[in-house]
Design a binder for this molecule. Structure first.
Ligand SMILES: Cc1cc2nc3c(=O)[nH]c(=O)nc-3n(C[C@H](O)[C@H](O)[C@H](O)COP(=O)(O)O)c2cc1C
Length: 322
């Protein structure tokens, strides 16, 4: 079980990402030194119906620990029952509530970011879930719905309901992913609940930006999403840089290729052959910024078999003289 208050600082964690932060990717991140994982969101309604696909999404490998399972939903009783089932069946180290997702399908049902506009409902959800489980219950949210100051009161609401940690993405729901993350505003929200552990999130793509996000927000740690895609080495580099300014080297081409193949094998082990189709959206991220990026991408997004992937990477080796 996680104790957010006593975890060594700075906390460095993989953010929950639907279809991305699943078992194979979390294992890869773990192997490359990511200290803590937030798993992709699962539907509370589907969990209480014991939907096999959703239950499978919440299954994890013990090597992934410490691990936080995120849940979304709008009904406090259903959220509490889903948390209870997740704790009983899978025993993650903590449970997180999605109060930040901007996607229409979620917000139109009072899920995700729409909970920022429904503070009473948000309060009831945290309270009910806290009463249902022993593990810590945290909240991941945004600056606001349309105003980037909504968070200043909202953090007090979820803290009052008993949340053990808040992670905040420095954009509003209206912004989606446009503009830049406002880490200073996250700092203002953080100061309204000074006793509560806080993670800063959004646009942390370099070690220098991680340091700036920490300085501007005064957070206890960073939650990194896209910065870790295709770049599972990044969390360890961030951790070292935040600790004492150490700059760990970037991965070599050979390390990249070996990691992609290891990720592909884990996909097959976990999902069967269709695992490589599911891997397609990860693949271009691994080669972003490398000389092979442009030539490899069209092949990578059509990969269906391990051998095809291996052949494409061998060819890139030859073409680029690695
Ligand atoms: C593909 C994708 C899927 C995401 N899925 C989730 C999710 O399941 N739950 C959640 O709270 N946030 C989700 N997010 C938001 C991220 O956790 C994070 O807040 C956002 O990407 C900003 O951080 P970043 O700039 O480090 O990526 C997702 C983001 C992306 C790009």
């Amino acid at each position: 079980m996680l104790d957010w208050k006593s975890l060594p600082r700075p906390i460095v964690a993989l953010a929950p990402m639907a279809d991305m932060s699943d078992l194979p990717f979390c294992l890869i991140c773990k192997e490359k030194g990511t200290p803590l994982m937030f798993r992709e969101m699962v539907s509370s309604e589907a969990i209480v119906r014991l939907n096999p696909k959703t239950l499978n999404m919440a299954t994890f490998d013990q090597r992934e620990r410490p691990l936080v399972q995120q849940v979304f939903g709008s009904n406090p009783a259903v959220m509490a029952e889903a948390a209870r089932i997740i704790e009983e069946r899978f025993a993650p180290d903590a449970i997180d509530i999605n109060m930040g997702c901007p996607v229409y399908n979620l917000v139109s049902n009072f899920n995700g970011a729409s909970l920022i506009r429904e503070p009473e409902r948000a309060h009831a959800i945290v309270k009910a879930m806290k009463a249902a489980v022993k593990v810590p219950v945290s909240v991941k949210t945004r600056l606001g719905w349309s105003k980037d100051t909504d968070c200043l009161d909202f953090v007090k609401v979820v803290a009052d309901a008993g949340a053990d940690l808040i992670s905040m993405h420095g954009r509003t729901r209206e912004q989606g992913y446009s503009g830049t993350a406002n880490w200073v505003r996250i700092g203002e929200a953080r100061r309204n609940v000074p006793h509560l552990p806080f993670l800063v999130n959004g646009d942390i793509t370099t070690v220098e930006r991680a340091k700036l996000a920490m300085e501007q927000s005064g957070a206890d740690g960073v939650l990194i999403g896209r910065g870790l895609l295709g770049n599972p080495w990044f969390a360890k580099r961030v951790e070292a840089y935040l600790q004492d300014g150490t700059l760990l080297p970037e991965p070599t081409w050979d390390e990249r290729v070996a990691t992609v193949l290891a990720h592909a094998q884990l996909q097959i082990d976990h999902y069967g052959e269709r695992g490589l189709v599911k891997l397609r959206k990860h693949l271009p991220w691994y080669f972003k910024g490398t000389p092979a990026e442009k030539t490899l991408k069209p092949t990578l997004v059509r990969i269906s078999h391990y051998l095809e992937l291996k052949t494409a990477l061998d060819q890139a080796n030859l073409d680029n003289g690695f």
